[in-house]
Write a protein that binds this ligand. Structure first.
Ligand SMILES: Nc1ncnc2c1ncn2[C@@H]1O[C@H](COP(=O)(O)OP(=O)(O)OP(=O)(O)O)[C@@H](O)[C@H]1O
Length: 309
C-alpha cells in the first residue's frame, strides 16, 4: 500500500507536485495518468526516496522509503530502462543488484525466466533492443519479490507484442495481491490495463476514480452516417447539437441522444446508414477532465474515433 499526503515538490518557482493526497491499494492496477510535465515522475521519485519532498509525506507500507529495513523486498520500480551498464551482461547486472540487496543468486535466474530473458542472459546490455532493456528493468524491479511495484511509462517505445506482455504482467502482479502503480500519458493503454486511475495535471490531483466510473462520467456522443450528411449536419445544428465530421464522413453528434438524432433525420426524410450511441472512451473522459490543466496544447482539436466502450 502506498500512501501520499500533502505531497509537494517545488523546484525554484516551479511547483512540480502540489499537495497530493491519494492511496494506492493492493490487488488492482492503478494507472497514474497525466499530460507531460504533470508531475508523475517527480511523485514516483519521492515515493522511492530519490527526491525529497518540499512538504508532505509518501509512505510504502506505513514507512518512508528511507525508513524501510529491507527496501528491495518491499518495493520495486522501473524508472529508467537505460540504467544498466552497457558493457555488462544481463545476468551480471542482476547479480550485482542482488548482491547489493543481499538476495540469493537463484533469484536472478528466476527473474530472468519470468521476464523471458533467460536465453539472452549472457549477452551484453549494450546490444539489447529497447524492449529487452525494459524486460531487464522489470527483472530488476522484481528481484526482491516486492509487494509494491512502480512502473514509470513502461510501454514507451515498445512493439505490440511487448505492450501485450507488459499488460499481462501488470495484471498478473496485481492478481497476486501486489500494489501496482503504473504511470502513462497513453489513456488508451490505461483503459486496457488499469482498474483504477489517479489523474493529475500541473501537479494536482484531478481524479481518483475507477476506470468504469470515469468512462461512464464522460459525455459520449452519437455516431451517425447518412446518405446526405451535409443536410443532416445542418438540421442537427439547428436543433442545438454540436456536430463534427469523422475521417470516414460519418457525423459525431454531441448534445442530442440517438433517438433525437433519428427523429431529426426522419423529419427531413434523410436515410440513415448507421446510428450508434457511443460512451466516452477513457481518452475522451480524460481530455474533458484535463482540458483546464494541460500546459501545452496543440492548436487543433482531435476527433477521437474510438470504438464504443
Ligand atoms: N530536477 C528538476 N529541476 C527543475 N524542474 C524539474 C525537475 N524535475 C522535474 N521538474 C519540473 O517539474 C514538472 C513535473 O515534471 P515530471 O517529470 O514529474 O512530470 P511527468 O508528469 O513525469 O511528465 P513526463 O511524462 O513529461 O515525464 C515539470 O514542469 C518539470 O519541468
Amino acid at each position: 500500500m502506498i500512501r501520499v499526503r500533502g505531497l509537494t515538490k517545488r523546484y525554484g518557482a516551479t511547483t512540480a507536485v502540489d499537495r497530493l493526497d491519494f492511496d494506492v491499494h493492493p490487488g488492482v492496477v492503478t494507472g497514474f495518468l497525466g499530460p507531460n510535465g504533470a508531475g508523475k515522475s517527480t511523485t514516483m521519485r519521492m515515493i522511492l526516496g530519490l527526491d525529497t519532498p518540499t512538504a508532505g509525506t509518501a509512505t510504502v507500507n506505513g514507512r518512508r522509503y528511507r525508513d524501510l529495513p529491507a527496501p528491495t523486498r518491499e518495493v520495486g520500480a522501473l524508472l529508467d530502462p537505460g540504467a544498466a551498464h552497457p558493457g555488462r551482461t544481463a545476468r551480471a547486472h542482476l547479480l550485482w543488484l542482488a548482491r547489493g540487496a543481499g538476495l540469493p543468486r537463484r533469484r536472478v535466474e528466476e527473474v530472468l525466466d519470468l521476464v523471458g530473458l533467460a536465453s539472452a542472459a549472457h549477452r551484453r546490455v549494450g546490444g539489447f533492443s529497447l524492449g529487452m532493456r525494459q524486460r531487464l528493468g522489470i527483472a530488476a524491479a522484481l528481484l526482491g519479490d516486492p509487494g509494491v511495484l512502480l512502473f514509470d511509462e513502461p510501454v514507451n517505445g515498445l512493439d505490440p507484442e511487448g505492450i501485450r506482455w507488459i499488460r499481462g504482467l501488470l495484471r498478473d502482479l496485481a492478481a497476486e495481491g501486489r500494489t501496482v502503480l503504473v504511470s502513462s500519458h497513453l489513456m488508451s493503454e490505461m483503459q486496457a490495463t488499469a482498474d483504477h486511475v489517479l489523474v493529475i495535471g500541473r501537479g494536482r490531483l484531478i481524479a481518483d476514480v475507477g476506470v468504469a466510473e470515469l468512462t461512464a462520467r464522460g459525455s459520449g456522443d452519437v455516431r451517425v452516417a447518412a446518405a446526405d450528411p451535409a443536410v443532416l449536419a445542418a438540421a442537427l445544428a439547428a436543433e442545438g447539437a454540436a456536430v463534427r465530421t469523422a475521417d470516414d464522413g460519418a457525423l459525431l453528434v454531441g448534445g442530442l441522444d440517438a433517438a433525437r438524432v433519428g427523429e431529426v433525420a426522419l423529419r427531413r426524410r434523410i436515410a440513415l446508414r448507421e446510428l450508434t450511441p457511443r460512451r466516452a472512451s477513457l481518452e475522451e473522459a480524460f481530455m474533458e477532465l484535463t482540458a483546464a490543466s494541460v500546459q501545452h496544447r496543440s492548436g487543433t482539436t482531435p476527433v477521437p474515433e474510438g470504438s464504443p466502450a
